[in-house]
Structures are given as structure tokens and as C-alpha cells.
Design a protein around this ligand. Structure first.
Ligand SMILES: [Ca+2]
Ligand SMILES: [Ca+2]
Ligand SMILES: [Ca+2]
Length: 563
């Protein structure tokens, strides 16, 4: 009954997740009153904020250690293994690829010396696979490796490890609540496949576990592909998850937390496809973490049921300090309100914050209520993102705050929203950049490019904003309505009205002449020759590089610097 005992905490965690309220937030009822503009007030002199350079990456990309120890070979030929598959025999020592062992039965994984390699034959298939890995010999520089090898009979496909009745494929680091530091571990080049069981996990990382690399895996048909528990005290540190294909897991792709977490270059496809629950997401970071990176991942059709996304994509709650979310691509064909893009919001009863947060260079297409939705993220930098929405629905491309913080949660202030390019063809309502009173003070909104299509209804605005005094800078934005309707902001009908109140003195309202973003041009909103946005961005407060990492000279409005 060991497994049953281990599973209980997951029930507790799930309960915590379910009260989190991930899918709260902006209703779809927002609209402009259409009332007359307030009388222009004397503009408050804008302070001169110091330029905030684009921060360097929050974390390096740790190299994967090189194998140094004894290799053990395994070959099994269940189910749909390669037709020429030759099974091994567990009486073999397993140190010769020509005479492998068959499976892990009787093999003492946790007695292996540091640096040992456990290698599975390409083209082979195992059933009822599970590996409990808690090896106190392993070190960060000499981890235990789980990898593939090319067998003499010619198999080439990733070794297929089909999980059985146990709830995990790999469990690293001890059982739930373990406090003994162990690791490192490397698991790569394998196909890890569940049987669709509720509560099943492809990889579980218990607490106090270090230096874990999960690379070039395919992880599919579990409830959760990768589940981490940072725990209290000495948590998980150094978890690198990169270049994996995480698809068709019934609940989530990644759930949990770690210190020094890197999630990079993965593809998340069609996870949370059974219920599309608003509490389940392709990536759900909860708990607490420092120095996290979510970079260059592709999210396709997650949380979709019946062709419509109803749940989350990349969601963060809890306490995070130093989180960099950059160059990710999130696309949906169609979304309802509960389908969030990058949602970083307080949502628990406990104190929450998202400090030193950077959200940059992401591309987000056809999400629901909001594409980038932040709460309790003081000083957040949101730059060089491209947000496209062609749906006829309410949408806020960038929303701060998304909800009202609760007791103990950080209050928002000091956000920098700059050089984003936003393309909304037919919203029924909404604002491209929506900052409400809860966004606080000392805000910067500069050099953003906003294009509303001719099909937009009249109840949309480029901005919603608190009083001008709340801004350290609000200037050099471009707000264009191709259909001639809509408003500059909820407060001011036109750019001229806004300028009379001090906003966007160097702003523009003419056609930015961008490329029309589509999936065939990687959702580019590059500037065409003659664009009024060229050289019209804020000279000192713009992002220092553009979305493609081109240094800005005589900065251009939007995410793309004209070459
Ligand atoms: Ca541990
Ligand atoms: Ca809270
Ligand atoms: Ca330029």
C-alpha cells in the first residue's frame, strides 16, 4: 500500500489547487460608458524616471553533465516494439549492449554509484514501468542517467516506457515530504506514456531534490506529465525541463515549483483536453520559487474541448521572486473567457507576490479575457510582446491588475509596459492595455503599438488607465482604429483629448503600417517602410532591444525595430 500512502498528499494539493480560483478575473461585461470627457486638467509634470534597461536573463542554461560511470543496458519488446526487437535477460549483468538486461525488476537503482547510466534500447517497449529513484550516491556533477541506446537489432524510436498501475513513471527524490537532499538525475530521450489514469504522473519530483534534467522526452497520457513539490525548508533546486514534447495529458503538462527552475524549448500540445477546466493549465507554477525561467516554449491548443479553449495555458500563483517569461508562443483557434494566456495572479488565501517579474518577447494569439494578466506583480516589466486576437469577443491584451489582491498579497505599482505590439481585429469590447486604479503608481506605459481592425465594435479602447499622476511616463504610444470607431481610452475619446490631460504628448494615431500578423509569418508585426512608428518611440524609456533581440537605435514604437 506504499503507493496509496504516497498518493494522499496529492489529494490535499488538489484541494488547494481547486480553491485557488484560477479562472476568476475580468468579466466580459466591460464596456465604455460613452459619457463625455472630463474637463481637461492641468497636466501633472511627469517625473523623469531613470531608464530601465532590459534585464539580462535571470538564469543561465545549465549544461547537462556528461556521463562518466558504468552503463547498464535494458531491452524489452512488449506491445508495439520494433519487429526485430530482441529482449534482454535479467540474469545478464547488463553491462554489454549485446547482452542486455530486460527490465528493472531486481535491479538496485538506488545502490548505483554516482555517474551510472541506465540505458533503454531504442525501438523497445516496456509495460508496467515505474522507477522509484532515490539514490544518495548521485551528485550534481555525477548524476544517475536514464537514457537510450541504439541496439544491435536496429531500433531507432525513443524507448517506450508504458506506465502501469503505479501512479508515476519516474519518482525522484523520495516520497512526499522527504527532507533528505538527493540528486542529480538526468532523464532524456525516452517516451514516457501513461494509461490515462486519474491522478497519474509521468515524473514526480519530491521535495529536497537537486540537479534534475528532463530533456528530449515525450511525455503523454498521464494526468500530469511533470509534477514537482518544492515543500518547505530545503526545496527542490535546479530543475531543468527542456526540449520535451508534452502532449495529451488529461490535466496538466507541468504542475509545481522549484528553485532555479528552467522550462525551455518544450512543446505543450492538447493538454487538459478532457474537461478544459479553468483550474488546469499547460504549465501551472504554484507554491514558491526563485530565479525561474520559462523560455521559448510552444503552447498549442491546450485546455481545448470542442474546439474552444476554456482553461489555462501558463498560470502562476503563490510566491515567486525573479521569474523571466520570454519568447514563448501561445496559440488558440478560439477561446472563451476562462482561457487565459500568461496569467500571473494572486489566487490563494495566503500571501502572494511576483517580484522581479519580466514578461517579454512572447507571442500570444486568440486567448480569452486577457493575454497577459498580472496581479501582485510590483515593478513588472512587460515588453516586446506581440498579442493578436481575431475573435469577436471582449479582450484585454495586457491587464494589471487582473483581480483585487487579498490580505497579505503584494499591491501592484511601478509596472513598465513598453514596446508591445497589439493587433485586435474585431473585439466586441475591451482595451488593449488596461491598467485600473489597482495598478498603483509610478507606472510607465511607453512605445506601445496598438492596432484595431475595421471590424472592431465601437466599445473598445486602446487604454484604460488611472489618473495621470499615477504615471512616471505615459508617452510615445501609437493607437490606431482602422474602422474609425472606438476610443483612445475609457476616459478620453481621442488622442487630442488625452494629450490635453498630459497623456501621450508624443503619441500617434495614424496607421502604423505593420505587416499583417499570421501563422505564416510567425505573427510578425514588423514595420513597413514609411511607418510613422519608425523612430517615434520614447528615446530613453523604450526597451533596449526589440523582440528579435535587435538593439534599438532611434527607437521604433512596438515590438519590432525596423531594419
Ligand atoms: Ca529528496
Ligand atoms: Ca493571496
Ligand atoms: Ca529605429
Amino acid at each position: 500500500m506504499k503507493n496509496f500512502r504516497v498518493r494522499l498528499p496529492w489529494v490535499v494539493l488538489t484541494a488547494a489547487v481547486l480553491v485557488a480560483g484560477c479562472s476568476g478575473g475580468t468579466s466580459s461585461s466591460y464596456g465604455n460608458s460613452g459619457s463625455s470627457n472630463p474637463a481637461p486638467s492641468t497636466p501633472t509634470p511627469s517625473p523623469s524616471p531613470a531608464p530601465a534597461p532590459t534585464p539580462p536573463p535571470a538564469s543561465g542554461q545549465p549544461p547537462t553533465p556528461t556521463p562518466s560511470g558504468q552503463a547498464y543496458y535494458f531491452s524489452d519488446c512488449q506491445d508495439d516494439a520494433h519487429p526485430d526487437c530482441v529482449p534482454g535477460n535479467n540474469v545478464n549483468p547488463g553491462t554489454d549492449p549485446a547482452a542486455p538486461k530486460r527490465d528493472l525488476a531486481g535491479f538496485n537503482l538506488n545502490g548505483l554509484p554516482a555517474g551510472s547510466q541506465v540505458l533503454f534500447a531504442r525501438g523497445g517497449t516496456w509495460t508496467n514501468f515505474s522507477a522509484f529513484v532515490y539514490n544518495l550516491n548521485a551528485t550534481a556533477s555525477e548524476p544517475i542517467f536514464f537514457d537510450s541506446y541504439s541496439p544491435p537489432w536496429g531500433g531507432s524510436a525513443r524507448p517506450r516506457l508504458r506506465a502501469g498501475a503505479t501512479f508515476y513513471g519516474f519518482q525522484f527524490g523520495g516520497t512526499y515530504g522527504n527532507t533528505v537532499v538527493d540528486g542529480g538525475y538526468v532523464v532524456r530521450n525516452l517516451k514516457l506514456e501513461g494509461v490515462g489514469a486519474a491522478g497519474s504522473w509521468g515524473v514526480f519530483i519530491g521535495s529536497a531534490t537537486r540537479s534534475i534534467f528532463i530533456e528530449h522526452m515525450e511525455i503523454t497520457n498521464f494526468a500530469i506529465a511533470i509534477h514537482m513539490q518544492n515543500g518547505s525548508g530545503d526545496g527542490n533546486r535546479g530543475v531543468t525541463i527542456r526540449h520535451n514534447d508534452i502532449a495529451l495529458n488529461t490535466s496538466m503538462g507541468i504542475l509545481g515549483d522549484a528553485l532555479d527552475l528552467v522550462i525551455e524549448g518544450n512543446t505543450f500540445r492538447n493538454n487538459n483536453y478532457v474537461t478544459g477546466s479553468g483550474f488546469e493549465h499547460a504549465i501551472y507554477l504554484g507554491g514558491h520559487g526563485t530565479n525561474g525561467v520559462v523560455r521559448g516554449n510552444v503552447f498549442v491548443d491546450n485546455s481545448v474541448v470542442g474546439g474552444v479553449c476554456t482553461g489555462g495555458n501558463l498560470t502562476v500563483h503563490g510566491q515567486w521572486d525573479g521569474l523571466l517569461i520570454e519568447n514563448n508562443l501561445i496559440t488558440q483557434a478560439a477561446s472563451d473567457g476562462g482561457c487565459y494566456g500568461i496569467s500571473i495572479n494572486s489566487a490563494y488565501d495566503t500571501a502572494e507576490w511576483f517580484r522581479n517579474l519580466v514578461v517579454r518577447g512572447n507571442t500570444i494569439v486568440n486567448l480569452g479575457n486577457c493575454s497577459i494578466c498580472l496581479t501582485s506583480a510590483p515593478g513588472a516589466i512587460v515588453e516586446n510582446n506581440v498579442i493578436v486576437n481575431t475573435q469577436n469577443r471582449y479582450h484585454a491584451a495586457i491587464l494589471i491588475p487582473d483581480r483585487t489582491p487579498q490580505a497579505g498579497d503584494d499591491l501592484d505599482s511601478g509596472a513598465i509596459v513598453r514596446n508591445n505590439s497589439i493587433y485586435l481585429t474585431q473585439p466586441s469590447a475591451g482595451d488593449a492595455i488596461r491598467l485600473t486604479a489597482g495598478a498603483g503608481s509610478n507606472l510607465q506605459v511607453v512605445s506601445n503599438l496598438i492596432y484595431f481592425g475595421a471590424g472592431a465594435s465601437s466599445t473598445h479602447s486602446c487604454f484604460a488607465h488611472p489618473a495621470y499622476a499615477n504615471f512616471a511616463a505615459f508617452d510615445n504610444n501609437l493607437c490606431h482604429h482602422a474602422g474609425g470607431n472606438g476610443r483612445w481610452s475609457a476616459s478620453y475619446a481621442t488622442l487630442a483629448n488625452a494629450q490635453a490631460a498630459g497623456f501621450d504628448i508624443d503619441g500617434l494615431s495614424s496607421d502604423p503600417l505593420t505587416v499583417v500578423p499570421s501563422n505564416t509569418n510567425d505573427w510578425s508585426m514588423a514595420l513597413a517602410a514609411g511607418s510613422p512608428a519608425i523612430g517615434a518611440a520614447h528615446p530613453t524609456l523604450s526597451a533596449t532591444q526589440d523582440k528579435l533581440s535587435v538593439p534599438r537605435t532611434d527607437p521604433d514604437i512596438g515590438a519590432f525595430e525596423r531594419q
